[in-house]
Design a protein around this ligand. Structure first.
Ligand SMILES: *Cc1c(COP(=O)(O)O)cnc(C)c1O
Length: 345
């Protein structure tokens, strides 16, 4: 079986399992798990931030950040299709008590003008208490739902500077920030520079069994630690999992370029098949979204699965495929061959 559903389906490698087995552990709730502390230091350093906190999931990293940045009744700005809005089950509303305003922009990337327009200018004739405070801008890089797109650094820096000038804090959902760096060679810390907090994920392309981290200003991370505990994220001998994450960060970042090459090969192959509609211009990192002309996504995915390839119907007509460390270039060729067979059969 070739599993292209997501870069979350990776199996830990033998060397990673060794690192996990040999991990020195303590109790993360008492902040004395040495492997967790080493991971947190490593991530803070990589992202150029004062502090970092290990979390079980990316959703928890994002939601503790959101909660640390805001008060109930605040408004948070996010791109349309953002994970924080579409894939975290309404947590921003239900738990942080904030409302969300979606910002439009090609590839999930909006402009300075869009940010400005989203923050109301309060006329001096009106009481400011009549206006809902916009307190946080959250940016996603790479942008999952838009195709794994990578923000140009200049545009990213411009929107974060604009937000700060308007008194709006900034959070980067960098679940796949590693992929942005692999695609452009721009260091993670450069992408992170304009943000007060940044979340990154170890269980996607990096191939760790679980875990994310929230890095940022130490006062914000300290507040987020309280919410991590409140949300049930105090996970004791977490060094076992931090060891997998550390191994992934130290050994699997550079190989992401292989995933990107495999994705480019997959996208080009799909584009060459009659009946497959794919916009190769949106393919930037490790994922491809495509449509099968005249066939619902779920039907195609079922047939493709019978031929040995798992994919993810993302909507009624769109299928997502993602490459990762469990997918070779040979697998890509095999997957492409089966697409033709499925369409012909
Ligand atoms: C996967 C993902 C997350 C968090 O995922 P978890 O499954 O909770 O670890 C956050 N943001 C983006 C963009 C993601 O793709």
């Amino acid at each position: 079986m070739i599993d292209l559903r997501s870069d979350t389906v990776t199996q830990p490698t033998d060397a990673m399992r060794m690192a996990i087995a040999e991990a020195e552990v303590g109790d993360d709730v008492y902040h004395d798990d040495p492997t967790v502390l080493r991971l947190e230091e490593t991530i803070a350093g990589l992202l150029g931030k004062e502090d970092a906190m290990f979390t079980p999931t990316g959703t928890m990293a994002n939601q503790t950040a959101l909660r640390a940045h805001t008060s109930p009744g605040d408004m948070v700005l996010v791109s349309r299709g953002a994970h924080i809005d579409d894939h975290e089950l309404g947590a921003a509303n239900a738990i942080a008590g904030v409302t969300i305003q979606q910002l439009e922009g090609a590839g999930g990337m909006f402009t300075v003008d869009t940010v400005r327009a989203a923050v109301p200018e309060i006329p001096s004739s009106m009481p400011s208490s009549l206006f809902q405070p916009v307190t946080l801008l959250a940016v996603e890089n790479t942008h999952n739902a838009a195709g794994g797109t990578v923000w140009p650094l200049g545009q990213l820096d411009a929107v974060t500077a604009t937000a700060h000038a308007l008194g709006v804090a900034t959070h980067l959902d960098g679940a796949r920030l590693w992929n942005a760096t692999a695609a452009t060679g721009i260091a993670e810390r450069e992408y992170a520079a304009g943000f007060d907090t940044v979340s990154v994920c170890f269980s996607k392309g990096l191939g760790a069994p679980m875990g994310s981290a929230l890095a940022g200003r130490s006062d914000l991370v300290t507040t987020a630690r309280r919410f991590k505990q409140m949300y049930g994220g105090g996970f004791r001998q977490a060094g076992m999992m931090a060891a997998g994450a550390l191994y992934a960060v130290n050994h699997h970042r550079e190989r992401l370029v292989d995933d990107h090459a495999n994705t480019a090969r997959l996208a080009a192959g799909l584009a060459a098949i009659p009946g497959i509609d794919v916009d190769v211009t949106t393919v930037a990192t490790n994922m491809v979204y495509f449509r099968v002309v005249g066939m619902p996504a779920t039907e195609f995915a079922e047939r493709w699965l019978e031929a040995g390839v798992a994919s993810l119907p993302f909507s009624n007509d769109t299928i997502r495929v993602v490459t990762h460390l469990g997918v070779s270039s040979h697998d890509v060729d095999l997957a492409l061959k089966t697409v033709s067979e499925v369409l012909d059969g």
